[in-house]
Design a protein around this ligand. Structure first.
Ligand SMILES: Nc1nc2c(ncn2[C@@H]2O[C@H](COP(=O)(O)O[C@H]3[C@@H](O)[C@H](n4cnc5c(=O)[nH]c(N)nc54)O[C@@H]3COP(=O)(O)O)[C@@H](O)[C@H]2O)c(=O)[nH]1
Length: 798
């Protein structure tokens, strides 16, 4: 094919050129540049249909339009196919050049655009990436130029500031800034700061913005540079509301950790301690440094609790927590009781992240608890086990004895006349006596035995594996131990006790029965004169029951006038003349028969019915004395007065009223008072005795020598007569002690200008002895027993 005349002209052009015949649409000339662009051999394009190079459909349409004479020029981007089939982006300009009147040629100038296109693509990608970055950032971003005109912002910015939809769709920078102003808690400060920033293009700043909504935003602003010069500014906003709250919480947690009074340690996932708080060191004496890397196992494991520690660690891993108490040791070796809580901190899959241990020293609470428990089981005054603990020990003793077929004994011990000590010397004194008694009781039992105080002056001794013989030995030891004089505040006195013994299993197989029966046996001792011991016998409980019955019967007897008075003469020793009588209460019950005052007076005193009975005695005795004296017979009547009766506030008035009612001279009445009455409430007793003496009533001390025998009251009180107790008279004149005592009492009475009478005189030898010692009067079976008023009148007053 002949070369086109323009071939050489286009050959040297850098731009790729093809010349196309406008009729046949065939390439008539092509330069080197197009061959290179399409990577085809030189001249290989010549003669080729131009449409063959077209890739894009619009090119095909264009050349079809050209062929149809519809189009002449085109300048556009398109694509060409290379020889290897690859596509190349080009800028293509097609110009129809008239070469003659009837001839023309299309000059197709082609520029390889693939580089530019690549750059543009890159740019687009970059922009898209930037946009994506902008959108995907966790911060709200606002980009402005140096004048503050908004160049762009991301959706998070809009969200953080709550921009309304209309501001998102229209471009109105002023409205956006106004909106942001309005959101601010302190708009003026915000604007001032913003002004400062915008006036300083190079300024980098971080600010915290507090919005009215309660949100807190952190704003970081940086200048935007292009070619080393600031061209604008980027503001990034981050919602730090939660972070601030978290930080505050963390600060608080840190403060709690630091200032907690609980010792706290935190371990890593391998249970190695990574930190401890100050309380940890305070409590354990180990510093944090010493604990780092140690494990709870190292820290808590103590001699003897290793198994417990292993179990708790197992439980901690299984359940995620453990709580309990453990004994541990401080660095100095001192043991302390830890109240521990261990918690396993886990990730969402349950794997351990950390372990946190809290513990506190519970030693004091433990000790206090122990003390409280002790107090619950110990008698505060004496430190002895109380009823609760005794019951527990008896229960144990029953269990062991029934299993071993062995025995044990219960000694129920009640101090004799202890009430008098309390009443006369006060409760604090009585308490100290009980403490001294306790010390003596402790000496009488073995280590394995129990001495318990039930309350008041009641004690129980539980003697393990003690049969009757063992119990008796112990009872005797107690009586002997107590018989030694007590000494308190310079006072010397004696305390005796009545002891009842019950044996297991003979006297009961239950705790209640054993205590009841020992108590019952003790009562029998009381009834039979006290200061002794006695074994329980089956019929004794009838006695207990009968005490209640007796009380009831006495009240009935009083109501139905079944009491009567007998009178026992009191005789002048020197002349044998009867000077008076002692009124003695008698009672014949329809069921019980004749009941001795020895039996019923103590029960009446115990229940209080002695007061109305005593009043009846006073009324009856004074009435009888008035009758005798009215008939011209001079007869003095001695009346027994019990302590409870004397304590009644109206006692003196009742005597005065009775004397007045029966018009009896007061000197015809002699009141026999026991020593205990006088030492009970000394001031009250003194007042009453002085009032009675002022009335003219004579006062005698009954049973003299058996009580506390405090001689001071003989000096202070208006006493008229002492009555020597019959226990000192019975063995006269054989018993040297009795001889000495009786002689001393007579001398004492006379020295104090008191009269003296001996009771219980049964023999002539006794009478003679008393006469020799110049005792003033006597009373006893030797002269006469007590008898009814009628009988007495018949025998002695005719
Ligand atoms: N508060 C009141 N007590 C009273 C009253 N009546 C009596 N009693 C007291 O009861 C106790 C026992 O009295 P009783 O059984 O009547 O015994 C008295 C005499 O019978 C007895 N006595 C007299 N002589 C002899 C004797 O030679 N031998 C001997 N074995 N007993 C004898 O002594 C009792 C008198 O004692 P006392 O009162 O100490 O003088 C007794 O304590 C009574 O006090 C009452 O009304 N109220």
């Amino acid at each position: 094919m002949k070369a086109h005349p323009w071939q050489s002209m286009i050959e040297g052009l850098l731009e790729a050129i093809i010349l196309v015949d406008p009729i046949q649409l065939r390439i008539v000339a092509a330069n080197q540049a197009i061959h290179q662009l399409l990577q085809v051999g030189s001249s290989s394009l010549l003669g080729k249909g131009v449409i063959e190079l077209a890739v894009a459909p619009e090119d095909v349409f264009f050349w079809e339009d050209v062929a149809a004479g519809l189009s002449e020029n085109i300048h556009s981007e398109t694509m060409l196919k290379r020889a290897d089939g690859s596509i190349v982006q080009v800028e293509r300009r097609v110009t129809l050049i008239r070469t003659g009147v009837d001839s023309s040629v299309y000059v197709v100038a082609i520029n390889d655009h693939s580089n530019q296109r690549r750059v543009e693509n890159e740019l687009e990608k970059l922009i898209a990436e930037l946009r994506a970055t902008l959108e995907s950032t966790a911060d709200g971003i606002l980009v402005t130029d140096l004048d503050g005109a908004i160049r762009s912002y991301n959706h998070l910015f809009a969200e953080l500031w709550g921009l309304p939809d209309e501001l998102l769709t229209q471009r109105d920078d002023g409205a956006i800034y106004a909106w942001m102003d309005a959101c601010m808690h302190d708009a003026s400060q915000y604007e001032e700061r913003l002004g400062t920033i915008s006036r300083s293009p190079l300024m980098e700043a971080t600010d915290v913005l507090t919005l009215r909504s309660g949100k807190t935003l952190e704003r970081v602003t940086l200048p935007q540079y292009a070619r080393g010069r600031p061209i604008g500014r980027v503001y990034s906003y981050r919602d730090i509301t939660q972070r601030l709250a978290d930080e505050a919480r963390l600060r608080l947690a840190a403060k709690v950790f630091e200032s907690s009074t609980d010792a706290i340690f935190i371990t890593d996932a391998e249970q190695k301690i990574v930190t401890t708080n100050p309380s940890f060191e305070r409590l354990s004496s180990y510093t944090e440094q010493e604990m780092l890397g140690k494990t709870p196992r190292d820290f808590f494991s103590e001699e003897g609790n290793a198994v417990q520690v292993e179990n708790l660690l197992k439980e901690l891993d299984n359940l995620g927590f453990w709580e309990g108490e453990l004994w541990n040791r401080r660095k100095n070796g001192h043991a302390y009781l830890c109240m521990i809580s261990l918690v396993k901190v886990q990730d969402e899959f349950g794997a351990a992240l950390n372990y946190i241990g809290f513990f506190k020293d519970r030693t004091e609470t433990h000790t206090a608890k122990q003390r409280i428990e002790e107090l619950a089981f110990l008698d505060v005054l004496t430190g002895l086990p109380n009823r609760l603990l005794l019951e527990e020990r008896i229960r144990q003793a029953i269990t062991i004895s029934s299993r071993n077929n062995s025995t044990f004994s219960l000694l129920f011990l009640d101090l004799d006349h202890f009430k008098q000590i309390n009443d006369s010397l006060g409760h604090p004194f009585g308490d100290r006596v009980l403490q001294q008694v306790t010390e003596r009781l402790k000496k009488c039992i073995r280590q394995v035995d129990t001495a318990a105080r039930l309350g008041g002056d009641e004690f129980v001794l539980l003697l393990h594996e003690a049969n009757a013989e063992g119990a008796e030995i112990c009872a005797r030891r107690v009586l002997e131990e107590l018989s030694a004089p007590f000494s308190l505040d310079g006072m010397h006195f004696t305390v005796t006790a009545s002891i009842g013994i019950a044996l297991y299993p003979e006297d009961g197989i239950s705790m209640a029965d054993l205590i009841k029966n020992a108590d019952s046996a003790m009562y029998h001792v009381k009834e039979r004169g006290r200061s002794d011991f006695r074994f329980y016998q089956r019929q004794m409980n009838i006695g207990l029951l009968s005490r209640m019955k007796l009380d009831h019967a006495m009240r009935q007897a009083l109501e139905h006038q079944r009491f009567r008075l007998h009178y026992q003469p009191q005789v002048e020793l020197a002349t044998g003349k009867m000077l008076g009588v002692e009124a003695l209460l008698r009672w014949t019950d329809k069921d019980l028969g004749e009941v001795s005052p020895v039996q019923f007076i103590p029960v009446a005193e115990e229940s209080g019915v002695i007061v109305p009975i005593g009043n009846w005695v006073i009324q009856t005795a004074i009435k009888q004395a008035a009758l005798w004296n009215r008939d011209g017979k001079s007869m003095r009547v001695a009346i027994n007065v019990s302590a409870l009766q004397f304590q009644q506030a109206n006692f003196v008035d009742s005597i005065a009223a009775a004397l007045h009612e029966h018009a009896l001279q007061p000197h015809c009445i002699e009141l026999e008072l026991t020593e205990s009455i006088l030492i009970k409430d000394v001031e009250d007793a003194l007042k009453k005795l002085e009032s009675l003496a002022a009335l003219g009533v004579k006062l005698a001390i009954d049973d003299f020598g058996t009580g506390y025998s405090s001689l001071s009251y003989l000096k202070r009180f208006p006493i008229y007569k002492l009555k020597i107790d019959r226990s000192f008279v019975g063995d006269l004149p054989v018993d040297e002690s009795d001889v000495a005592i009786v002689t001393a009492i007579i001398h004492l009475a006379h020295a104090l200008k008191l009269r003296v009478i001996a009771e219980g005189v049964e023999t002539d030898r006794q009478r003679e002895f008393l006469q020799q010692r110049q005792c003033d009067e006597m009373q006893g079976y030797l002269f006469s027993q007590a008898m009814s008023a009628d009988e007495l009148e018949q025998r002695y007053l005719r």
